[in-house]
Design a protein around this ligand. Structure first.
Ligand SMILES: [Zn+2]
Length: 71
């Protein structure tokens, strides 16, 4: 069996919303998930390894990509 590398359609955070997906940040301390607004500054950042900081407790938050349930 030969594995082939395929390019992912998401390289930058700005590539997510055009696919009908959204970014949320999951705080491991608060156990809350909040929507992240991808503006001009975040849109050019790499998706791989992206981390966010919780606005409530300042803990590191992990990004979650999910389908938009409302638009
Ligand atoms: Zn938090």
């Amino acid at each position: 069996m030969v594995l082939q590398r395929l390019p992912l359609p998401i390289a930058k955070l700005g590539d997510i919303e055009p696919l009908g997906l959204g970014v949320w940040a999951w705080c491991t301390r608060c156990k809350l998930e909040r929507r992240v607004t991808i503006g001009a500054v975040l849109s050019v950042r790499s998706f791989a390894g992206a981390m966010f900081r919780c606005s409530t407790c300042k803990a590191r938050s992990r990004p979650v990509v999910s389908r938009l349930l409302w638009a």
